[in-house]
Structure formats: C-alpha cells, structure tokens
Ligand binder design. Sequence first.
Ligand code: RAM
Length: 872
Amino acid sequence: MSDVTVAPVTAEHHREPLGIGETTPRLSWVTSTDLPGWRQVAYELEIGTWSSGRVDSADSVLVPWDAPPLASRERRTVRVRVWGEDDAEPSAWSEEVAVEAGLLSPADWSARLVRPVLPAREEAVALLRREFVLDRPVARARLYATAQGVYEAELNGAAVSDVVLAPGWTSYRHRLRYRTHDVTGLLTEGPNAIGVHLAEGWFAGYLGFTGKRGWYGDRTGALLQLEVDHPDGSRTVVTTDGAWRSTTDGPTVRSGLYSGETVDFRRDLPGWSAPGFDDAAWTPVEVADLDAATLVAPTGPPVRRTQVLPVRAVTTSPSGRVLVDLGQNLVGRLRLSLPDGPAGTEITVRHAEVLEHGELGTRPLKAARATDVAVLDGRGPRTWEPRSTFHGFRYAEVTGWPGELRPEDLQAVVLHTDMRRTGTFTCSDPDVSRLHENVVWGMRGNFLDIPTDCPQRDERLGWTGDLQVFAPTASFLHDTTGMLRSWLTDLAAEQRELDGVVPMYVPFLPLLPFPQQPETGWGDAAVVVPWVLYQRTGDTGLLAAQWDSMTAWIDAFAARAGEHLDFPGGGFSFGDWLDTAAPPDNPAAARTPWQCVATAYLARSARTVAQAAEVLGRDGARFAQLGERAAARFRAEYVSPNGRVAFPSQTAYALALEFDLLEPGQREHAGRLLAQQVLADGFHIASGFLGTPLVTDALTNAGELATAYELLLQRGNPSWLYAVTMGATTIWERWDSMLPDGTINPGEMTSFNHYAFGAVADWLHRTVAGLAPAAPGYRRIRFAPRPGPGLTSAAATHETPYGTASVSWALTGGTAFALDVVVPPNTTAEVVLPDGSAPREAGPGRHAFTCTIEEPRPVERPALFFDPDAHA
Ligand code: RAM
C-alpha cells in the first residue's frame, strides 16, 4: 500500500451528484501524496458492481463512464484506486460516492403544474399545500421540484433543503431546472403534509430597467413530484395536482427581487406545511400545462447562504436616521432579531451600497426599491429573514425599531451560487490585496445563479460582455464550470432564435425596442467563455457542446463586418464601453472607435474557433482564414507599416498586441508606443470594458513590465486602486462611481458592484504571482512570476483539477529573489525565474528556487513629463 490517498470521485462539474441529468457522467479524482514526483500510471474505477479493471492511463480528469448508463432515479456508488509509477500495490480505494440520476425523460413526470389564484395586487406571495397519508414505512424518498417563480418547499413543517431562490433564472421557455432533494428523513408513516412558498421571482416579477414585469407569464406556478419508496418495493407518488389548495393571505404580504419583501406576522399561519392544518378557507389551485421536455437537471450548484456577517456599526446619520454598516458591500439580505412590540409596529429596512454625505445613497438603485418591511404581531420576539428577494448593499437604514437598535439585532446573510472557492492571491501591498478581495466580493455578488453585471439596481442581467472579460478571473477564483455550462446552454438556445446573433444578455428579454445585432465583445462570450473554461478545466465535452453556438456567432459577426470586413453599416455598438474619456451620460463615446475594436475581436474570436476546431478534430480552415483576413484588415486600416496604431489609445495598442494582429516587425515599436501612451496618460487607466483587461498583459509581453506595475499601483483617479483608497469593498462600474468629494457619479449607471473591471485579477494571478495553465486543465502548469517595482512579495493558490497548485515569492534587498512552488500530483510544471535563465522542469511536489535579479525600478519620467495628479 503506497502513501497515496484519493479524494472522493466527482461527477461532471457537480458538487453534489444527486439528481443529475447525465446518464454517463465523466468522473474525476484528485490524488494527494507526499511522495515527490508521484505520477499516476493506472487506475481502477468501480461503478456499482461494474469494474473497469486496471486501466493503464494517467488520466484522472473527466474520465469517461464506461459502465452501463444510469437510468432515471438510479443510484450507483463510485470509487477509484490508482497506481503510481513505482507502486507495486494500488492506493486504498477512495471513499465511496453515490451518483444518482434525476428524472431523465419527460415521461417520468406525472406531476402537473399548479397555479395559485392570485389577487389583483402585484408581488403577492402564495402558500400551497396538500396532505397525504403514507400507509407503509419509508425506505427512501425523493422530491423533484421546480417552479415558475421562486419557491421554497417544506415537508411536515421543515424546509426540504437549504437552497434559496430556486429554481434560479434560466431561459424558461427553453429550460426550466428542477432539483432533486433527498427527503427520506422528513417523512413518516401516517399523515404527512407538503407545502410550497411561492413568489414571483424572475418568472413573473419585474425584470430589467423598463419597469415591465411578467416577462415569462403573469402567474406563478409550482411543480413537485414526491416519490416515496417503501421497504416492500412499492412506491407512493404524491404530486402537485388539482387536490392542492393555496392562499395569498399568509404572513409574506409581498415579495419582489428588486422591491424587497414585506412580512406581517399578524397573518402568521403556524403549522401551514404540517398535517392537521385547517385549509378550508384556502382556494383550490388551477392545474396548468407545462412542457415536460423543458425540464432539465442542474449542471451546477444552487444558490445558498454562504456566509453570515455581523454588523460593524450602528450609527445615526446627519439627518437623524439610524444606519447600519456591514463593513462590506455584499449581496444577500438581512436577518433581523425582531424585538417584541405592539401589534402593527412597522419596521422598515432600506438598503444601499454607499452613503452619500452621510445618508443612504439610493440613486444608483434606480427603480429598485430594495426595501424590506416587518410588521410585528405583539406576540414576542422573532427572527426574520426575507425569503424570496436579495439586495446589493453595505448599508441599511432602519426605521420604526422599537427601542434602540443594537448591532447584534441584525446579521447579513450572503447569497450566491454555492461554487467551490478555488483561487487566492495576496501580495506585499495591502491595497492590491484589498483590490483582489474586492474582485472576489464582486464575483460573489454577481454569481447569483447567472453571471450578472450588477446585483443592486433594476437590471441584474446576464450581460455577455461583462462575463466575456471576467471569465478567466472567475474560473481561477471559483469552480464556475457547472454554473456557466447552464448559462452557455441558455446562450445557445437564445442565439438559435436570433439567427446566430448572441443577445447582449442571457437570459434574453426584448427590453429595448431595436433588434439585436452582433455586439463586439459581448457576443464574443459565445466563443471566449467556452474556450476559457476549456483552458482552465480541460473539458473538451463542453467545447463540443458549444461548437454550434461558437460558429454561429462567428458567422453572424462576420456578416455584420461585411464583405471587406469594414463594418460598413455604421450604427451603434458598445465598443470600448465606459472608456475613461467618455462623459458620464455617454458611456459609448470611447477614444477607440468601435469598428477598430470589432475588427480586432473578429480576428481573435475566429482564430479561437479555429483552435477549438483543432481540439475537437473538426475542420476549422474557414475560421482560420477569416481570422487572418480580419487581422490583415486591422493592419491595413489601423496600423502604420512601422507599427504605430491609428488611435493614440491604450486600447488600440493593447488589442493589436494581445490579439496578435501585427507583423513581427511591428510588435516591438507598438509595444514601446503603448508604454509611451500609458506614460502620456499619467499612468492612469485610459480605456474601457474591452481594452482595460488587455493592457497589463500587452505591456508585460512587450517587455514593459514596469509600466504595467505603475498602472497597477496608481492611486489617483482613474485607476484600480483609486476605489480602494475611497474605501471600496467591491469593484465599481465606473472608475469614479464615487467622486473624490464623496458625491455619487452623476452618470445614469453607477453601480458599486460590477465585476468587469476586476478582470485585472487574472493578470495578478498569472503574471504578478505567476501561476497559469500551460496546458488545458493545468495538466501542465507555468510558474513564471514577474516581480516589478513596488511589490516585494506575492502568492497565489489554485485548486486545479489535479489538486492544489501554489506559488509564493519574495524579493529581499531588491535583488534576492526566492520562489516556492507546489506542483500537484500527476502534473508537470515549467518554472521560469525572473533572472532570464532557461525554464526549468518541475515534477509534482514542493520546490524552492532562488536567484539574483536586477532591482525592479520605477519607470523613468522624462524631464518634461506632465503628471496630471501633481497639478490637480
Ligand atoms: C450596462 C451594464 C453592463 C454593460 C452594458 C453594455 O447597462 O451594466 O455592464 O455590459 O451596459
């Protein structure tokens, strides 16, 4: 027996493989060992009674399930053991994991969709229930459940799970996710009751910035199928059907995602989801049709409460209002320990991300009211947390609280998709470390079931451009693959209805009166996101699944570019959105015209599809050709023979360099000109959504690392650290969402939680710390830290598909460089030291290196250099 242990097997990208939709889920495992250089040479998988026998293979990630496929509801235990190069004996078996299929065919569903009868008022919340008797003991029970709206289910008075805001938001016309719950322990022989708490959610509530609600329908509904297996082999099935009853007179008076929730405890209905409750006054539900072919099992984790934060301070504002500060801009809601008080006492909580001159700054929320209200019943203290809403906030204003509000009366409950955290970064500059922390919080707040632009105002849409730039960072920080796979499936489904045009946001709603057109940098999400996920996870299956979407996007994009790839139709495009030169009321007015950006993106995306074709063994020649034509067009139109780009902008140079659009002879000059441009911009950000994520990489690769560091460490506005110096705890939509004088930016869109500009974290991970995949899925890793002026140490860790990789370096006395890396089992690594020496190979295990480098020096300012900050 060797000193090798194998963690429990995972199936596809599931955290909990219960109720999965794959019949032959691919399996992965992570080995841990202290044996240096350990590599797997063989494995044996056991799936139920099936065994693979010893398979001579080093593969441990997304290994095919060669056992017979799972049938609906079928559960099989899986385990693996492995052999290393020098191991005569296999490792011990990994701990067993049960992999269980959900309902795989529409025919498995006997449940009917039931709709409560709703009153005329908006945002009503319904309770639905029925009782049933089990005349035999319970051996195993599963609840398969979903809703049109957002729901929580209860059995005999207990919540069936800790999932919140289920079923989340998908393109409901195409796909509605159900979830499988193991409810064996919640049922008893004899009388039982099942109840559902149902609010409008994304399905029927307000969505988007047009003030419209009911995008998918104006009635909510629930679909539940409870299957109880008895020891004698028989099965009782209880489903939503005409026997259910409902009421909208329960304690939750109203709930909306944007508006918040009101509870009136005087309307409490104790025991409503337990047997014996008198529902004679309730109304029979209406049974409706639902296309069971749209029901799908989830591919990623659900939304959960992931953290509870205490209140940092309760203060009184200049105008005398009671304010609560959580110390962190977050997404979720407050849990209130309500005191006793006279029946009818109304406590109101308004939320906001910032204070403006000491008062709650709600203007950025636009039409989102973000207000929760509790009405006391005079029957003692209670704990209350809204159920069907979420807010983006750091501050809250509380009115009507009987007596004095104490910090311990409130807690913030953080909500987001329950992704596994996989990446960390820290460095010697606390502001940069805080910037990174802000990126993490920005991601947490905006990965609430779908990847959104912002979590607080009346928008919260799955903007494709935002994720396109942020996907590399996201996939380092958390395991996003399961969640994004679902989103990409929706993207493809929406795209099919728009002739290949990828909508600006997914799920798509026709919010604006004009037709969708191919949007540079936004639609490219169809290509970039699957490619990034492939790079980071090695999942070729995902790439194959998105192939049609990727190619349809290129065709639509090329059609807009026109025969000569010159985007002749003119018109509007977001382009380098929110360029720092754009005035607050015209975020599209960038330094770099959108046609220039579009030509560059066309080249890059077409080439990426050609690379994907190679991976998938498909013919990608026409994409490769298109990519080269677009690159040539870019050069002809926008680059001088020497490599000067037509627009004096960081974005134009960064695109040319990073998307590899230049001739070899032009690169060096262009790189120098980019550095000069950044200097001319006073080492400030002078780019927008699409350019900014490329600038530091372009500088690094052009040998202008010090300039990249100047940009990173800039603290004046606009810069990444400006917001940090202003006390930001998330990434902002605008560099100056908060102006230096404490006034909120007058622009129409001023979010304080927008992850897009946090995309720089990917450069922090890959270049500053120096941890990057050198082969898909980190099967080979590149450790190439690049110390620069202003930092003396940096470190990063990443849970690769093979286990933990880590890097940590320190620079002492300006020249003594020390590096520590951990290479996960079963991988190889190349280590590139910053002294210019040849790359070294490193096998699994921990390695230390030292070298002497030239002291990193700040960029020399020419004598006549004009620093706008010095003259401010
Ligand atoms: C804004 C969104 C988003 C951006 C679009 C173009 O409304 O907040 O970040 O992608 O515009």
